[in-house]
Structure formats: structure tokens, C-alpha cells
Design a protein around this ligand. Structure first.
Ligand code: ARG
Length: 247
């Protein structure tokens, strides 16, 4: 029957089959996004996403191959086959979802604000930053940038190519506020922010993060959703979560 032939064609085309044939899972991410993906002092990639990616490769019985890629070019890189999957703390937005598929969310985050210490008490909520007297910064191509521009249209805005550069602008007093995913802000605050920045830690956006894959690949999507359900319930996810998210 024609339907069956089509099913077989589709199965053959699945990225899953390519991964198995290659013996490698190539993962796209952008190191610098604490605590999801970072480069340690020996040059190894470490973090929440990296551990999940390694667990995924282990479940497939293949080798984990990291492909560090600029976040702003992550979707084009996936579409031009630089790697098999995006595991990069990527928020499932409707705009991105028109271009790629996302597996069911593996964690939910939201935007929070790292505020210059000199504005402590004066700026009590992210909403107070919506004024031309303030300079707000975030990272290029992220939902932090989108949220800042959309929700703080009156503030001055500047984006940076790397998370650390943007957040340090606030530490160094060159910007008033850094808007970014809450887990990053928690870790950055603990590492560099004490005495210099204030964390307005009530998230003001809803952001499910999901693995990104090419469209039209139900086999791969099915594997990913079942993999995530399994590790979320057998202790593996909790172990990884506790390692990176409880600081
Ligand atoms: N969740 C945000 C977004 O999707 C930021 C993700 C940044 N990830 C990274 N690996 N630098 O836009």
C-alpha cells in the first residue's frame, strides 16, 4: 500500500537512523550559558545540557559529539546539518517553532533582572525599568533580548554577543539592568554579583526550554519525548538537576 511505502521512506530518513549509522550524536549548543553549558578550566564542555546530552548519547549507544555554535545562528546551523539536535537551553517560541520542531519541554524558566546596586530600592520591579533614563542589556538573538525590547520599549537597549559580557556591563556600572533566563542570573549572581548587583528574581515571562530538531522527523521526536519521560521518572534527571541547579 502507498501509505506503508511512505512510512518506510520516512523511517529511513530519520535523523535517528543517521545517528545510529554514524555512531555519533552531534549536539549543537552555545557554551557560556550558565549553568546549562560552560567550558571548564581544562577546556571541557560541562553543565546541565551537556549531562543530558551525554545521557541521551548513552541511551542510544553512540558517542557524544559537542558542536559549540553561536546561539544567534543555531537554527540555521541545525537546518544546514552542522549537528543533529539543539540542546542549548532554547526557549520554545512560536516563531522558532515555525522553522523547527521541539521535543516536549525539559525545564521551564523565565526572564529575571540583574539590577545595578545603585538602583536598589528605586527600581523595585522589571516594570520600573521602562523609561529612557535606563539602559537595559541582554544577549543577541535570545528571548532575553526579545523580552527587553517588547516589554521595556521606552528603555535604551543594547545587546551583546556573549552572556558574560552583557551581565558584566551591569557589574561595571555601564548598564542599569541585564535581562536574562533566571538560572543564568542565579549562578552569575552567586559567582560575581554579590555587592554589585541585585537580583529581581521574580520571573516575568513563561519559557519552556526544548530540544530542537528538524521538521518532519516523527521517529526522532518520539525517541526524545520517551527518553525525557524516562529520565524524569527514574532518577537520572533529578541527579543532573541537583548537580547544576541547586547552588
Ligand atoms: N532561553 C533563551 C533563548 O532561548 C536563552 C538561551 C541561550 N542559550 C545559550 N546556549 N546561550 O533565547
Amino acid at each position: 500500500a502507498p501509505a506503508m511505502a511512505a512510512d518506510i521512506e520516512l523511517a529511513k530518513k530519520s535523523t535517528l537512523n543517521e545517528i545510529m549509522a554514524r555512531g555519533e550524536l552531534r549536539v549543537g549548543f552555545d557554551a557560556g550559558y550558565l549553568p546549562f553549558e560552560m567550558t571548564d578550566k581544562n577546556g571541557n564542555y560541562v553543565g546541565f545540557d551537556i549531562d543530558i546530552a551525554k545521557e541521551m548519547a548513552r541511551a542510544m549507544g553512540v558517542k557524544f559529539v559537542p558542536v559549540n555554535t553561536d546561539f544567534d545562528g543555531m537554527i540555521p546551523a541545525l537546518l544546514s546539518d552542522k549537528f543533529d539536535i539543539i540542546i542549548s537551553g532554547m526557549t520554545v517560541t512560536q516563531e522558532r517553532n515555525l522553522k523547527i520542531n521541539f521535543a516536549d519541554p525539559y525545564i521551564v524558566v523565565g526572564q529575571t533582572v540583574l539590577l545595578s546596586k545603585k538602583l536598589e530600592g528605586k527600581v523595585k520591579s522589571w516594570k520600573d525599568l521602562n523609561s529612557p533614563e535606563y539602559t537595559v542589556v541582554s544577549r543577541l538573538g535570545t528571548t532575553g533580548e526579545e523580552a527587553a525590547k517588547r516589554m521595556l520599549p521606552k528603555a535604551k537597549f543594547k545587546s551583546f554577543d556573549k552572556e558574560a559580557d552583557g551581565a558584566l556591563e551591569v557589574v561595571n556600572g555601564r548598564a542599569d539592568a541585564w535581562v536574562y533566563d533566571m538560572p543564568f542570573n542565579v549562578v552569575f549572581m552567586a559567582e560575581q554579583g554579590k555587592d554589585k548587583v541585585v537580583h529581581l528574581d521574580k520571573p516575568f515571562t513563561y519559557e519552556p526550554l526544548g530540544f530542537g530538531i528538524k521538521k518532519g522527523d516523527p521517529d526522532f521526536l518520539n525517541f526524545l519525548n520517551n527518553f525525557m519521560r524516562q529520565i524524569k521518572n527514574d532518577g537520572r534527571y533529578d541527579r543532573i538537576y541537583d548537580k547544576w541547579m541547586r547552588s
